[in-house]
Write a protein that binds this ligand. Structure first.
Ligand code: NAD
Ligand code: 89V
Length: 346
């Protein structure tokens, strides 16, 4: 029986409780210590989750006591924190967004690769049950080769109370939510090479864009529309659902409300309802997102132990972050942007 891998969680803020609940379910790993530059947060989280050790300085990674680090902080801190992990030779799973711009993402990835330190993005939308099942349907060939997709996140949930930094983030909607949709578009339709994008600032008092509409051309010639908005008023509020469809040469899969996949083929249409995992620590309306966290973290540990590829490795994720960068540059220039120019030398 091999001992569980010991982890350090850095960042004991809003979303970290979902990480800590999830780590208590992950097989083969445990969180041995919590770190937050706010001592009160670090101590409270450690006490709540029965973790003996807490710190306020992530340089504790150099102690050699940790087999991995889970970085659950906001994007402007990721280069420094992943840098500490690299210096300590400790593999890292780092929350999205990777970094505020593609050049910083490239710098971090290149440094980690040169040091031989493995880095995975905690990008959990593709680990939602509904998208694992949709990927299975696509892999079965039931609807044929995908040709079109639409992934839409449109609601007006008050995301700002729990995540107040989002009101001040200049690159907001594409980096906070669009990044999930762009990774999903790649997960379901394959890599993309060009983006056209329009952004909008709808709600008063928000520093960045709170709506964006992106048109992607994928390498397999498929086209997708990725649209995100926190300024869309629907009742009931569809948060946190991603809605849309994937069309193939032999059918269509619709992604409908209440986690229903509607599969259309020549034989007719059927519905598959994806049910929540039923965990005691999840709660509406976050359940769909919360349920994906243990799957994401288990994948990280399994791949770390097996020495196999992370689905959302820092290297693979460069494609996603290049699409986000291209979207901002398209919105600024009014033209379509090819991502190869942004990934030169990667
Ligand atoms: P938060 O600001 O509430 O918490 C971050 C914590 O990290 C704070 O307590 C802060 O003191 C601490 N911190 C920052 N820099 C540090 C450092 N150098 N050393 C130690 N501690 C440090 O942020 P949050 O809302 O929990 O979000 C964290 C990340 O998770 C964000 O990037 C966000 O986009 C992402 N997020 C992901 C999901 C998802 O997985 N679906 C959901 C919500 C948020
Ligand atoms: O899930 C997340 O990444 C959050 C949300 C999209 C809900 O704002 O930041």
């Amino acid at each position: 029986m091999t001992r569980p891998l010991n982890g350090l969680l850095v960042g004991a803020g809003f979303f970290s409780r979902n990480h800590l609940h999830a780590w208590s379910e992950v097989e083969g790993a445990r969180i041995a210590a919590v770190c937050d530059r706010d001592a009160g947060r670090a101590e409270t989280a450690a006490r709540e989750f029965g973790i003996a050790e807490w710190h306020t300085d992530a340089s504790v990674l150099k102690s050699g006591a940790f087999d991995f680090v889970d970085i659950c902080t906001t994007m402007e801190t990721h280069e420094a924190l992943v840098g500490l992990a690299i210096d300590a030779g400790v593999p890292a799973i780092v929350q999205k967004p990777f970094a505020p711009d593609i050049d910083t993402c490239l710098r971090i990835e290149s440094r980690a690769r040169a040091a031989g330190v493995r880095v995975m993005l905690h990008e959990n939308f593709r680990f939602q049950k509904i998208f694992r099942r949709l990927r299975e349907i696509l892999d079965s060939g039931e609807i044929g080769e995908p040709t079109f997709g639409r992934l839409s996140w449109r609601n007006d949930i008050d995301v700002y109370t729990n995540q107040p930094y989002l009101t001040q983030t200049k690159r907001f909607m594409i980096m906070d939510v669009g990044i999930h949709m762009l990774d999903l578009a790649r997960f379901l339709l394959g890599d993309a090479h060009s983006v056209s994008c329009f952004t909008q600032s709808v709600k008063e008092g928000i520093a960045g864009e709170d709506a964006a509409t992106m048109l992607l051309r994928h390498d397999n010639a498929a086209v997708s529309i990725v649209d995100v908005s926190y300024a869309t008023h629907k009742n009931p509020n569809p948060f946190p659902q991603t809605l849309g469809e994937i069309e193939g040469r032999a059918g269509t899969v619709q992604i409908l409300e209440d986690e229903v996949l509607r599969i259309h083929t020549a034989q007719g249409a059927r519905d598959e309802t994806i049910s929540p995992d039923g965990r005691g620590w999840t709660s509406a309306p976050w359940t769909q997102i919360q349920d994906s966290v243990p799957r994401t973290q288990q994948h990280f540990i399994d791949a770390l132990r097996a020495g196999s590829q992370f689905e959302t490795s820092a290297r693979d994720s460069l494609q996603t972050y290049a699409l986000a960068e291209a979207a901002y540059r398209s919105a600024a220039s009014g033209r379509s942007v090819e991502i190869e120019t942004l990934l030169k030398g990667a």
